[in-house]
Design a protein around this ligand. Structure first.
Ligand code: ATP
Ligand code: MG
Length: 139
């Protein structure tokens, strides 16, 4: 059975561009409940750990530099079928390929600076939620 939780980050580009409110509005209008949320900034070690699965990829250095370049909003979102439904809401990694009206189609600049993160499995949603939030910060 699909889980009911996913982890999102509003990435530094979208925070810099003033899109926090519009993105959170689109997320809640789509039926997600925010069960944890904060404005924070990743250290280099944090970003390397969070994206460790991509360590061997050619874009890893660029990804870590970008993700540490300014504050992000991290949030845990709840809804039936959360991981899959949230990835539908955000659209393809490359905004040029993201469906019209998706968060990345509306707010992302490029495949690197793509406005939002969404967990890719129930297992990673749990790991990523616990990466950002202590138990007493999850409601
Ligand atoms: P995310 O994990 O951030 O939700 P995703 O699951 O759609 O994105 P991944 O394949 O997990 O995509 O890649 C993680 C992130 O690495 C992307 O969101 C993007 O910021 C960056 N990235 C992926 N591919 C490239 C690329 N070819 N060039 C530059 N950056 C990339
Ligand atoms: Mg991913």
């Amino acid at each position: 059975m699909a889980g009911n939780k996913t982890l999102t980050m509003i990435k530094p580009d979208a925070v810099r561009d003033g899109h926090i409110g519009a993105i959170l509005n689109q997320i809640t209008e789509a039926g997600f409940r925010i069960s944890a949320m904060k404005l924070t900034q990743l250290s280099t070690a944090d970003a390397q750990a969070f994206y460790a699965v991509h360590a061997e990829r050619p874009f890893f250095g660029e990804l870590v530099e970008f993700m540490t370049s300014g504050p992000i909003v991290a949030a845990i979102l709840e809804k039936d079928n959360a991981v899959e439904d949230f990835r539908t809401l955000i659209g393809a990694t490359n905004p040029a390929e993201a469906a019209e009206g998706t968060i990345r189609a509306r707010f992302a600049k490029s495949i690197g600076e793509n406005a939002v993160h969404g967990s890719d499995s129930d297992e990673n949603a749990q790991i990523e939620g616990d990466f950002h939030f202590a138990g007493r910060e999850q409601f």
